[in-house]
Ligand binder design. Sequence first.
Ligand code: BYC
Length: 331
Amino acid sequence: MYSQGLIGADGSTVETEEFLEAFQKRVDAEQKIEPNDPMPEGYRRTLVRQISQHAHSEIVGMLPEGNWITRAPTLRRKAALLAKVQDEGGHGLYLYSAAETLGVSREELTDQLLTGAAKYSSIFNYPALTWADIGAIGWLVDGAAIMNQIALCRCSYGPYSRAMIRICKEESFHQRQGYEILLTLCRGTDAQKKMAQEAVNRIWWPALMMFGPHDSASTHSDQSMHWKIKRFSNDNLRDKFVNATVPQAEYLGLTVPDPNLKWNEEKQGYDYSDIDWDEFWRVVKGDGICNRDRIKARQKAHREGAWVREAALAFAEKRAGAADAARTAAE
Ligand code: BYC
């Protein structure tokens, strides 16, 4: 059906109008694009960019919460947090595997993260200062992630959409875990409730920034929506998140730190203040509170894990050698 493919293409292939039209027709008909299908180079590059940034976010996202595992207030909380952080490592691995189906290697992607060349979600460049932040991260950060990822379950690229289905199931546990931490604190002493409110004050705006720049500044949205990689614009998802989350804050007896937050009857949604876009871009470009520490922590983990990679490779080579020897002996 298609005259040219992209996987393994040498770059000299011309993408004819006929090819691009046929590809778009397939996307519009909601057929999933699979790894060996022909695809425009731009589609492949967009997916590698988004999926790898997403994978890095999961891996770096283990750091702020991992820091609280030894300080969780009870054994039950510790076990739940440990499981959550472990899930995030797993999400990173599914996502790196999904990116690898597009012809990029895990080593290349890891290198981009460790050298600071790759982006990951801005939210993980903020610190988790108190135990209540762990609650607010679960509720707001995982909540924002779910709002974005439910739409990605319908992404036109098969491996990414299937990874998202499983990830969303796990994220919904994460969100409830966070909400339950805050509910417990809000039903506790005045000091505990104050700690919960302060955590929400810190994390609210960075959570809204997770949805990306304002639509007018989003360079990739139009094309990504055309290719059905993204199904909604950044602002659209952000609005849905605010509308879903404010009633949950009310149930906790907490407020969100926005004096302009107001229900708008006509649009059946909340109006809210503009995000501090200078802060957003500063953090995205590497100058947030924790950017440098996060990269340093990942570099250290990579260095200290070198012996594990070497041992696994040596074992795989030994096993392959033994299998070869057994085959030769049998011939
Ligand atoms: N932070 O044209 P735009 C989790 C970049 S982790 C940093 O709108 P796009 C969890 C953007 O990459 C959840 N950078 O881009 C884990 C682009 O830069 P480049 C992470 C951002 O791709 C542990 C430029 O700004 N979720 O759940 O159409 C514990 C222009 O933006 C950010 C995902 O990764 C940001 N916030 O839309 C707890 C979801 N926003 O590449 C929880 C998958 C934008 O041109 N990703 N940029 O240099 C997406 O859905 C989309 O990539 C985005 C951005 C909506 C984030």
